[in-house]
Design a protein around this ligand. Structure first.
Ligand code: ZN
Length: 280
């Protein structure tokens, strides 16, 4: 009986989360006089020193792999921070250490194809990512060393527990930072209402090659086809569907943090209860 009640509460929380997500998403499209917002096409966002937040091994390539390669070609300095260790990436394999090693190697090979050399591994437990002092200290040190002009990160409407958590960690981190930079939020698991589009047609082959390195993940979900499908779709509005594009929500750090706060996504309001009832 107790178990049934707990499941009922959890279902309610889940429904409520979806309700809020849809509400916020729809609100983002409602504009006065029914004006349609057309995202702007840019070669790539401005910034020579770049940090990429990637909750898992593959989010970086899925969400912004083509754009990152364009940065590399332009001589920009790109550093990717992987937050989790990849232990949950292969449910059929009981050897978690092997799974972690395989996934890390896939990330090394994929980023080498894109020409990215600076990788940092925070090795937090996948699906259990939470802010902690050591994690914040590591991030702060990296930010102070690189002094980035631009950050890529999964958007705050990503329907994935670790992706949302990365946004909460970011919220905590920037409170202590005295560095001015812009944020480019990418889509990996949930499409966003974008304000900029990057044409990646000329580098799509590199992105394809990089995606193919994630064999352990493509075995479960065909991220190769889904990502290319989304990139093709993103070329519809501005590029007549004749290229591939990555879509972003691009803004200042200040505005991004303000939005996070307004949406109360800096707080773990529902997830705390959700975790209590369902050990995720
Ligand atoms: Zn992910």
């Amino acid at each position: 009986m107790e178990d049934r009640r707990a499941k009922g509460i959890a279902m309610h929380i889940k429904d409520r989360m979806i309700f809020l997500q849809i509400k916020d998403y729809v609100k983002s499209f409602l504009r006065p006089y029914n004006l349609i917002y057309i995202p702007k096409v840019v070669d790539k966002p401005e910034g020579k020193r770049i940090i990429v937040f990637s909750p898992h091994f593959d989010d970086d390539v899925i969400g912004c792999g083509g754009t990152l390669h364009k940065h590399v070609l332009a001589g920009d300095e790109v550093t990717i921070i992987y937050f989790t260790d990849g232990r949950e990436g292969d449910p059929d394999n009981p050897d978690k250490n092997l799974v972690k090693t395989v996934r890390k190697e896939e990330a090394r090979r994929a980023t080498a194809i894109l020409g990215i050399k600076n990788l940092e591994f925070l090795d937090e437990p996948e699906t259990q990512l939470k802010t902690n002092k050591k994690l914040l200290k590591n991030l702060k040190d990296t930010f102070e060393k690189i002094r980035p002009e631009l950050i890529y990160m999964p958007s705050f409407i990503e329907n994935h527990i670790d992706h949302l958590e990365v946004n909460r960690i970011f919220f905590r981190l920037v409170k202590d930072l005295n560095i001015k930079f812009n944020v480019c939020a990418y889509e990996a698991w949930t499409p966003i209402p974008p304000n900029i589009i990057v044409d990646i047609g000329e580098v799509i082959e590199k992105k394809e090659q990089a995606l193919k390195e994630y064999k352990s993940q493509i075995k479960y979900v065909d991220y190769f086809s889904t990502t290319l499908g989304l990139n093709k779709y993103r070329s519809a509005m501005n590029l007549k569907g004749r290229s591939f594009a990555e879509a972003f929500f691009y803004t200042t750090c200040k505005e991004y943090v303000k939005l996070l706060k307004e949406l109360r996504l800096n707080k773990r309001i529902f997830l705390k209860d959700f975790r209590k009832h369902f050990k995720t």
